[in-house]
Design a protein around this ligand. Structure first.
Ligand code: CU
Length: 151
């Protein structure tokens, strides 16, 4: 987690130097992670526009797909197949919410924050089943922390 934020800071720093270089970060789909079972790890990443996130099915039986309305306006939804690796390059700033369809209610969700998120209020208003609700609450806390740190 800390490593990802440092990476984000590094990318931002390079951007200011006028030599922005696109970064790629990985989010693993796991049966068991450091924060419980059926998780994306890390479940929160902050990146810059132009960066790529690669969703890696490290364990079997998971997929990644966008959660409707947890996307910046005009952004295409993504629906991965089970066990499929997907790499997404982000151009639009905003908050992107993801779920693993089979384990959504078990809290298998993730958030990608790109640049300065403008759709936070809208994304926050989305309701989620089961444990996903509390996981998203903690992800929005992380988002608030990184945003505050950036200012
Ligand atoms: Cu899953």
């Amino acid at each position: 987690m800390r490593k990802m934020m440092m990476l984000g800071a590094l990318v931002a720093g390079l951007g200011m130097a006028g030599a922005a270089q696109a970064a790629e970060v990985q989010i693993k789909m796991l049966n068991k992670g450091t924060e419980g079972v059926m998780v994306f790890e890390p479940a929160f990443v902050k990146i810059a526009p132009g960066d790529t996130v690669r969703f890696v099915p490290a364990d079997k039986g998971h997929n990644v797909e966008t959660i409707e309305t947890m996307l910046p306006e005009g952004t295409q939804a993504v629906v991965g197949k089970v066990n499929e690796e997907i790499a997404i390059t982000y151009e639009k700033p905003g908050v992107y919410g993801y779920k693993c369809k089979p384990h959504y209610g078990m809290g298998m969700v993730a958030m990608v924050a790109v640049g300065d998120a403008t759709n936070v209020a809208q994304a926050k208003a989305v309701t989620h089943p089961g444990k996903a609700k509390q996981v998203f609450a903690s992800l929005f806390d992380k988002l608030a922390t990184t945003t505050a740190a950036a200012k």
